[in-house]
Ligand binder design. Sequence first.
Ligand SMILES: NC(=O)C1=CN([C@@H]2O[C@H](COP(=O)(O)OP(=O)(O)OC[C@H]3O[C@@H](n4cnc5c(N)ncnc54)[C@H](OP(=O)(O)O)[C@@H]3O)[C@@H](O)[C@H]2O)[C@H](O)CC1
Ligand SMILES: [K+]
Length: 520
Amino acid sequence: MAHMYKQHSQILLTTNEMGKADSAAVVAGVPAMELMAAAGKAVADAVLGRWSRCSVLVLCGPGNNGGDGFVVSQLLLSAGWPVRLAFWGSVEKLSPEAAHFYYAWQGEVEAYSVDLLEQTDLVIDAMFGAGLTHALEDKARDMVDGIIERKIPVCAIDVPSGVDGTTGAALGNVAPAELTVTFFRQKPGHLLFPGRGLCGKLVVADIGIPDPVLDELNLQTWENSPELWCRDYPWPRSEEHKFHRGHAVVYGGENITGASRLTARGAMRIGAGLVSLAVPIKAWAIYATAMTSVMVVKLEQSQEAEDFEELLLDPRHNVIAVGPGAGLAGFERIRTRKIVLAALATNRPTVLDADALSAFADDPKILFDAINGPCVMTPHEGEFARLFPTFNESTDINKSPDINEQCVADKLTRTRLAAKLSGAVVVLKGADTVIASPDGRAIINSNAPADLATGGSGDVLAGFIVGLLAQGMLPFDAAAAAVWLHGEVGNEVGIGLIADDLPNHLPKVLSAFKRQYFSD
Ligand SMILES: NC(=O)C1=CN([C@@H]2O[C@H](COP(=O)(O)OP(=O)(O)OC[C@H]3O[C@@H](n4cnc5c(N)ncnc54)[C@H](OP(=O)(O)O)[C@@H]3O)[C@@H](O)[C@H]2O)[C@H](O)CC1
Ligand SMILES: [K+]
């Protein structure tokens, strides 16, 4: 995993880390003035590339985001565009570089007024960027409301004003951008909702910050991409046979039989050598008729958990998945808990999804105490809320979180805390799935289409993860790879997708992935 830390292009920087990178660049000899000039030029170039000459209003704020705005204004004016500039702040408080570009602006400086919006075709939002501390107020808020009301196209500098670059939270109303130009690296807030939905198209511009400044920072967050894990991807090798590619055991419940079948099929498709679906004897016939490549194993009615434990005595059964369709009604909850605890007692890589998580809703500590080996949990927000403690925004991630605290933290922080608390890799699913490791690393996924929000899609994801674990991938890598491939298959199938399509279309996606990232 060490190589992952050197993968700089996928690194995401919090606003704080971006500030450190910026300062390190200045120490390394890149003048702050040049950084601002380059930032403004990148925005002007992006505007000239996307829009035709039109009437532009540049809204500059009190900090360096406003400084970038002064640069853009002058460049567009020089390009012959009709530009007006409105400034909200005090000139005396500007940084030296922002003040320099303020005085370099050759046009008039106006005060914020919604009347300015009347003859405006395009707004450049240079109000607030990395330095946003609270929701917009007074004239700035009125401007945002006016832009929203008039549906004026916006190009945002760094982030749409009001979006927290670190968390993606929207502090109050935000005018959605058609284009956002950020600098050096993306920020988590560009990938996490609602921020992601407010950025429009995102451009990341090089402004001359040298990559080595990243080496000094202990960076822990990435955007999901094969570059992070493709070197450890378990491509089948010609000298191997199926026993080299692992044997996954998937537990299937007695009522909702489709869920675990999707998991088992997902595991097969992604390359597990063998998959056994262990099911209650009552439902055995249903499973056995439906499955072909997957082996169906009977568990006796009165001693399912014991039979399951016995099945796991075979050391060839190297990974386990429990949860999809496992059951929560009445006695089923107790049985699901026993099955989960039997799986975890083996210390073999285990994927816990759906009912396997909800079964511990009344006492999550029992579950967390049982996790001593490699484990991946894949909750959606509802399951997460049932299982995980709630934390304060002020909770210090370095201290052991208290299980009873109230959670209002952002998705990235919550997932990290959950991983740290439980000892499992946590995959908090959604349009902006976050994958976090107990050691603090986290990955945000961004390739999943809305079509994946359909019944059974998560069951297949659990199958992809367990299938990769079966072939020896480490839990954090396996989770990230499975989530990315799942997103790719979602894009491949597109509208009309049902979960059954996901395993069936995986081969095509794997072939394309292999062509691009693997050379024998
Ligand atoms: N490499 C770089 O990082 C570069 C960054 N550039 C640009 O600079 C901004 C970050 O600039 P910064 O000055 O740190 O922050 P802002 O421009 O976002 O604004 C900070 C000031 O705004 C005040 N503030 C914050 N929130 C509000 C609010 N809701 N209402 C009113 N005022 C607010 C804040 O005052 P506080 O007292 O609250 O602290 C500050 O006065 C970055 O986003 C880039 O665009 C460079 O130009 C290129 C290099
Ligand atoms: K902005």
